[in-house]
Design a protein around this ligand. Structure first.
Ligand code: CP3
Length: 339
């Protein structure tokens, strides 16, 4: 019998031979092997070279033994194709110089077209597929509120302070930008799907800063457009955010396949609050993953989820740079031998 990869098995609704695991932001700065390749290159340069992308994407599969790769890129890449001017500041992250806060009329911002994409995302996915048969590949996009918050404030707006202000003082601008970003998410996801990814994760990292009312009024419409437009592709869609526990009634009305939660809630509680609708992914605290207590906390999560086969182990947010790779490797081994 051919053994099917556990990540793929769970996405198909089949019983996996072991619990699948991968880590958000698994390609990156906690790995000495990544630093080596990054030396003398900007993140934009890294994202421009399909052979580097291939190697960096594969590193965590080889080094940690995770069950899936995530294509190396950044959520800001397609915003650049819409005319947002982006630089990556060392130690800070992406900065947008022509943000909506600075330029509320959005001159120079256009709908997304693949032809304006500076980065070889299609080629990189195709190449990874060819070089790594049997390794599941996850594509991704930022989520509507997270991308909109970068476009609005011009830098990380974790509690959405500036974004909420624009939402209510310039509703027209907000809705226009939200619709353009929703269309971009659809096109950008379709591009990756047609190139061969096995799933799409939507990183809506800051969505949990919204009240359920605001989420329902402003974000729900965007997510519905995205889900409806991607339905025919049959590709599993993973939704991730931090602080989503208070939005579960709203999220349960949406037809994602997988819901990726942060560490602030027990997954068994999420399971009952979402009435078993989703495959669950999560939810080890990345700060704990970087401490000596990482296996105890891994065990807590696994015992809480029990025999539930609709589960993919992950962190509750991205790997932080101080994490010893050794910790992640032993988490993988522990999860793989748990059942
Ligand atoms: O392994 C992977 O997950 C693949 C690649 C990936 C990157 N960014 C590469 C990257 C993914 C999935 C992302 C998503 C991303 N980018 C998010 C959503 C997830 C999250 O962490 O909340 C956000 C908000 C961003 C925006 C961003 N890009 C920030 C805040 C930063 C700087 C700080 C940081 O967290 O690394 C980046 C730069 C960036 N994107 C790096 C990497 C590997 C750092 C690169 C470097 O300095 O070499």
């Amino acid at each position: 019998m051919v053994r099917i990869n556990p990540f793929i098995a769970v996405l198909r609704g089949e019983e996996p031979e072991r619990i699948p695991i991968w880590f958000m932001r698994q390609a990156g700065r906690y790995l000495p092997e990544y630093h080596k390749m990054r030396q003398g290159r900007s993140i934009q340069e890294m994202c421009s070279d399909p052979s580097l992308i291939n190697e960096v994407t594969k590193q965590p599969v080889n080094i940690l033994g995770v069950d899936a790769a995530i294509i190396f890129s950044d959520i800001m890449v397609p915003l650049e194709a819409m005319g947002f001017e982006i630089t990556f500041r060392e130690g800070v992250g992406p900065v947008v110089s022509n943000s909506i806060k600075e330029k509320p009329d959005m001159t120079g911002i256009t709908p997304f077209h693949e032809k304006n994409l500076k980065y070889p995302i299609r080629e990189s996915i195709t190449r990874f597929r060819e070089n790594n048969p049997g390794v599941p590949l996850i594509g991704f996009t930022g989520g509507p509120i997270t991308l909109l918050s970068y476009a609005t404030k011009g830098s990380a707006d974790r509690d959405l302070e500036i974004t909420k202000n624009v939402m209510y003082t310039r509703e027209g601008t907000y809705l226009e930008a939200l619709d353009m970003i929703s269309e971009m998410i659809v096109s950008y996801a379709k591009l990756q799907i047609s190139a061969g990814v096995d799933a799409i994760q939507i990183f809506d990292s800051w969505a949990g800063s919204l009240s359920p009312y605001v989420f329902e009024k402003y974000v729900d419409r965007s997510l519905r457009i995205v889900l409806e437009s991607l339905k025919d592709t049959g590709t599993p869609i993973i939704y991730f955010g931090t602080g989503l526990s208070g939005l579960l009634d709203q999220i349960t009305k949406l037809n994602f396949d997988v819901l990726s939660m942060d560490w602030r809630v027990r997954l068994s509680k999420v399971r009952s609050m979402t009435r078993g609708k989703f495959i669950l992914q999560g939810n080890l605290d990345p700060r704990v993953a970087a401490t000596p207590n990482y296996l105890q906390e891994t065990k807590n999560i696994l015992e809480d989820i029990g025999e539930d086969p609709n589960f993919i182990f992950n962190l509750g947010h991205g790997v932080i740079p101080i994490t010893p790779p050794e910790n992640l490797r032993s988490i993988v081994n522990y999860v793989h031998s748990f059942r």
